[in-house]
Write a protein that binds this ligand. Structure first.
Ligand code: SAM
Length: 279
């Protein structure tokens, strides 16, 4: 029968607010699976109701995962089983990675149906660099733990992406300003929902503004731009170039200093040739 799906685990992304964001394939697979494994069966029952589907549901969340996993694997070995979370992409700050790992180990087919993910949606709205980013999930709830993690993340040359809650946002931004300094930040709230909003600014200014306001409602993705390269003077560049030329040939020295300063590699190459007396 064309309607049957092969056995296996189907990782199904679901909307993060706007039900219109369910993909055609997600709706089709949810219609055809034998079982839907869900973080909160009541939340998923509402989505299935919206899709006009009635499916057997099995709860799989942080508190029962170890107990429930063998049953999910047993079922996925012989019939199609969908894994969904309350919203967005399963496994991203949501349960499921051990299930996927054990399914692979048991030789069970695993496939994914990509779709909404708050981290990626937030990044696209942020106006921050997207070529390199680090998703760090939720920061610790208290200042000491939060600042410790931020110290670890400080040197990373990438946009940092966090999930955060409204009541903690101001304190979190204050810690970001204290530890990471005056970096660009973007707060994306209620993405795909009626009150979708993006606020952008420098961490200290946004932290100050938020302290004076009631905590924002709804769900939040908080993003922090990469460290800004400190302004380098012409004298600094020359000193770096001279130092690099001690241990490296001209081309490599120019490449290294270009990576460090953002200066043009070909300009640096020409200057390095001059410094070494080759022009
Ligand atoms: N797996 C989900 C995903 O792919 O987006 C994320 C699950 S995580 C438990 C839930 C967090 O994602 C929320 O606390 C919030 O920080 C963020 N989030 C989810 N939906 C959002 C939305 N519509 N707008 C902004 N942030 C959202």
């Amino acid at each position: 029968m064309t309607d049957s799906l092969p056995p296996g685990l189907y990782i199904v992304a679901t909307p993060i607010g706007n039900l219109g964001d369910i993909t055609l394939r997600a709706a089709d697979v949810l219609r055809r699976v034998a079982l839907v494994v869900a973080e909160d069966t009541r939340v998923t029952a509402k989505l299935l109701h919206h899709l006009d589907l009635k499916k057997p549901l099995l709860a799989y969340h942080d508190h029962n995962a170890d107990r429930a996993r063998p049953e999910v694997l047993r079922r996925a070995a012989v019939e199609p089983v969908a894994l969904v979370s309350d919203a967005g992409t399963p496994l991203i700050s949501d349960p499921g990675y051990k299930l996927v790992r054990e399914a692979h180990e048991a030789g069970i087919a695993v496939t994914t149906l990509p779709g909404p993910c708050a981290a990626i949606a937030g990044l696209t709205l942020s106006g921050l660099p997207t070529d390199r980013f680090l998703f760090a999930g939720f920061l610790p709830p208290k200042t000491v733990g939060r600042r410790k993690v931020l110290e670890e993340l400080k040197p990373i040359a990438a946009t940092l992406v966090f999930y955060e809650s409204g009541p903690r946002l101001a304190a979190c931004l204050a810690d970001i300003a204290a530890v990471l300094g005056s970096r660009e930040v973007a707060v994306a709230r209620e993405i795909t929902k009626l009150h979708e909003q993006v606020r952008r600014g420098l961490a200290p200014a946004l932290a100050e503004a938020l302290v004076a306001e009631p905590p924002p409602r709804g769900e939040i993705v908080l993003m922090v731009g990469p460290p800004v390269a400190e302004a380098v003077t012409a004298a600094d560049v020359e000193a770096l170039l001279r130092a690099a030329l001690v241990d490296h040939p001209v081309k490599e020295a120019a490449r290294l200093v270009a990576a460090r300063t953002g200066e043009s590699r070909s300009d640096l190459y020409r200057r390095a040739l001059t410094l070494t007396g080759r022009t």
